[in-house]
Design a protein around this ligand. Structure first.
Ligand code: FNR
Length: 341
């Protein structure tokens, strides 16, 4: 199977396996405030994200690339949505285009469509500093995402089997690259132990990309005869992963993994996220309902956020961390077992 076919397979399986909703956000309930002393007109939904300088509380996370015409079209669509909504956007892994120049157009289109937008380049942790620079230059990226995807690779029949040296490569890139570096998972979450290791590398942000949304073990198992079923329920649910990373990492924390609506987003901010990424649910809207619908969905997310912040009396996103809320169920158990009160 060619790389382009595999990438289109990912998109089809991501759509058909869907989002599991096991991210544990449902275990959080805000305590209603009947006297919030607030006004919709006072609400500010601009995030604080340090040197990433994001303008929107929501970003379009990495999901395409290297798939020829089809992914070029999808990347173009997503880039126009990003432009219309002010959201930052990540491209999918650019490794294919580093190896084959003819693939570059399917990435470069995002800068053409959105000349002034905030764009993230994307590579795996096998990348060298030279490749990182090339990926950033290809789309004139404002930052580089480096993805960690051990479970996905292990589940892929043709995937990597050797993960040594990743931290050292990340450190070298973070020290030498001229744009900020974001470390992200791909749906299995980042723990506090991993965040501790990353803390000293000079990276700017961690995207927890937790369990409960797109599930690459399910997706890759669809393509295998002998399934690695034990990986299908692996990983740190997104809500828990935000708490884990936030507890040790003092810089920007991004949240993704199964985020589907404004309620998930506001709960991610409550737990300490600084901005929130969506991949699978945006992909579904883009593929099934198209560009216009996705633009209006993103704008609706902004409005819904402002409405809920008004009800909670939170003028800005950071205020959400102070809102009274009750955590029950599996999330409460998880946090207690990990020593969080
Ligand atoms: C992804 N994701 C991903 N991540 C990455 O860093 N590089 C990549 O190339 C891809 N490719 C990719 C393809 C498709 C079809 C999907 C749906 C996703 C992972 C993505 O950025 C995100 O971390 C996870 O999908 C979890 O978020 P959602 O989908 O649950 O919102």
């Amino acid at each position: 199977m060619s790389r382009a076919e595999r990438k289109m397979d990912h998109i089809q399986f991501a759509l058909s396996t869907g989002q599991s909703k096991k991210n544990m956000f449902d275990d959080i309930r805000f305590v209603h405030q009947a006297l919030p002393d607030s006004a919709v007109s006072d609400i500010n939904i601009k995030p604080k994200t340090g040197d990433l300088n994001l303008k929107s509380p929501v970003f379009i996370n990495a999901m395409t690339g290297g798939g020829g015409r089809d992914t070029e079209q999808l990347n173009g669509l997503l880039a126009r949505v990003a432009k219309e909504t002010g959201a930052a956007m990540a491209v999918g892994s650019q490794m294919a285009a580093l190896k084959d120049r003819s693939e570059r157009q399917s990435y470069a289109i995002v800068r053409k469509e959105n000349p002034d937008g905030i764009l993230f380049a994307n590579l795996g942790s096998e990348a060298t500093i030279h490749q990182a620079r090339e990926a950033v230059d290809m789309i004139e990226a404002n930052a580089l995402q480096i993805h960690l995807n051990v479970v996905q690779e292990l589940t892929m029949p043709e995937g990597d089997r050797d993960f040594r040296g990743a931290l050292e490569r990340i450190q070298a890139i973070a020290e030498q690259l001229h744009v900020p570096v974001i470390i992200k998972e791909t749906g299995f979450g980042v723990s506090r132990e991993t965040a501790e290791k990353l803390k000293h590398t000079g990276i700017s942000a961690i995207d927890v990309s937790g369990f409960g949304g797109t599930n690459f073990a399910l997706i890759e198992n669809e393509r295998r005869k002998k399934k690695l079923a034990y990986f299908e329920d692996w990983g740190i649910p997104t809500a828990a992963a935000i708490v884990e990373v936030k507890s040790v990492f003092g810089k920007t924390v991004l949240a993704s993994g199964g985020i589907q609506d404004a309620q998930d987003i506001i709960k991610a901010f409550f737990l300490g996220a600084d901005s929130v990424g969506l991949a699978g649910s945006f992909l579904k809207t883009a593929m099934h309902q198209g560009e216009k619908q996705l633009i209006s969905d993103v704008q609706a997310l902004y409005e819904d956020l402002a409405m809920m912040m008004t009800a909670l009396g939170a003028e800005n996103l950071a205020d959400l961390q102070k809102c009274p809320a009750v955590i029950t169920g599996e999330l409460a158990q998880y946090l207690s077992a990990r020593g969080y009160s």
